[in-house]
Write a protein that binds this ligand. Structure first.
Ligand code: 13P
Ligand code: 13P
Ligand code: MG
Ligand code: MG
Length: 378
């Protein structure tokens, strides 16, 4: 029987701004999940990263299953009640629709899932990021699955040498799932041409060409595309299977030592370096820096081992210091140029309102009349 790994995450309220959920909120979410018990899932792991709570479940119901998704939705709805009672900030922030219909896609919570044929031993990694969007995983995944400098397994292992199939989504398209499939190593430059644009093209899944098995799944939802206005950053989750036919765990973790700049941080509107952090870490400096945590598991007949906190290892202390320096450096240029996101990605309307007002005051030097109103930015 196949095992499904489903992780669904949402921000339904936090203490002290967008920092972290309260203990009571986490307890309530856990109670609701556990009340369904074995009727829905085989095992579960509930954690938080910044102000986002993630519910990871193993089950046999397949991907997108109504009962699994409804359970997570109900837990977040119940959590929202506690958040309201406690007066937490942003209570119910990521629940964008009033009622549940079918699955959580398009309702606000982010979801990554895979249905797998369990190997005799099945190691996998669960990533959760806060204060950023799904494109944050583009570069690390590209380096792990397509770059021989990061992943020696691509040369050393005959299975990895056969390469990978990538499904990439155009997340700006909102009338359906606009996707493209590419294979590496043959189409590595084409893939890079898409993945350079983190805000538009997002890795949705990666598949081994030697076994045909899926090895990675990323939540691709963009909240501003669902809500039509800023309601919070997407804060994506991802699942990556490791070892044997797939990259080794260390090859998947290695790219997070870069601390690459991603969209997010303060008001979801800046470029800030991504900091790998321990599980259940809060957010801090400049509503960031954007953070990513990673729990390593083995799953056997649907039962999860205890999680290993991969970024808690002392190696990552040095990385965190470098990322802090990088974050401070970027913040020194404030609102200007590369520090703030381009117009189309700005999560607030204030800049557009100002430009619209200023537009009427532009004139052509030497001309008598004011120019007809144009549009500075769409
Ligand atoms: P083991 O030989 O300990 O399984 O490790 C192999 C590996 O993938 C290390 O990167
Ligand atoms: P979250 O998406 O994590 O709630 O953060 C929102 C924000 O604007 C932080 O400044
Ligand atoms: Mg929040
Ligand atoms: Mg968040």
């Amino acid at each position: 029987m196949k095992t499904t790994l489903t992780v669904i995450k949402a921000d339904v309220g936090s203490i002290g701004g967008h920092i972290m959920p309260s203990k009571r909120l986490l307890t309530r979410v856990t109670e609701v999940v556990d009340s369904a018990g074995k009727a829905v899932f085989q095992d579960r792991y509930i954690s938080f990263t910044g102000d986002d709570i993630a519910i990871l479940m193993t089950h046999t119901l397949g991907t997108g299953h109504e009962r699994v998704h409804k359970l997570a939705w109900d837990a977040f709805v119940a959590g929202t009640e506690v958040a309201k009672e406690e007066g937490l900030y942003g209570a119910g922030q990521d629940l964008l629709k009033d009622s549940f219909s079918g699955n959580v896609h398009g309702l606000g919570p982010a979801c990554a899932e895979m249905e797998i044929e369990e190997r005799p031993n099945e190691p996998f990694l669960f990533f959760a990021a806060d204060k950023t969007d799904p494109g944050a995983y583009n570069l690390p995944l590209f380096l792990t699955f397509a770059d021989i400098m990061t992943t020696p397994g691509l040369i050393l292992s005959p299975k990895l040498s056969q390469g990978f199939r990538w499904v990439v989504m155009d997340v700006n398209y909102t009338d359906g799932d606009r996707i493209i499939e590419l294979v590496t190593p043959e189409e590595i430059y084409d893939l890079a041409a898409l993945l350079r644009d983190n805000e538009r093209f997002v890795v949705e899944s990666i598949w081994s060409r030697s076994s045909g098995e899926q090895c990675a799944a990323v939540a691709t939802s963009r909240l501003h595309n669902i809500a039509g206005k800023y309601t919070g950053k997407d804060d994506p989750v991802a699942l990556v299977r490791t070892q044997m036919d797939f990259p080794a765990t260390g090859e998947v973790l290695a790219p997070y030592s870069i601390g690459h700049h991603v969209a997010g941080g303060m008001r979801g509107s800046h470029n800030m370096p991504l900091m790998p952090v321990a599980l259940n870490t809060s957010t801090s400096y400049f509503d960031g820096p954007p953070l990513v945590s990673c729990a390593a598991f083995c799953v056997h007949k649907g039962k999860l081992t205890e999680p290993v906190d991969t970024f808690a290892h002392p190696f990552w202390d040095e990385v965190r210091s470098q990322v802090s320096r990088k974050a401070i450096d970027m913040r020194r240029q404030g609102f200007n140029g590369a520090a703030m996101l381009p117009m189309g990605e700005l999560e607030y309307t204030g800049v557009m309102d100002k430009l619209r007002k200023l537009e009427a005051r532009f004139r052509l030097r030497g001309a008598e009349e004011l120019l007809p109103a144009g549009i500075l930015y769409e």
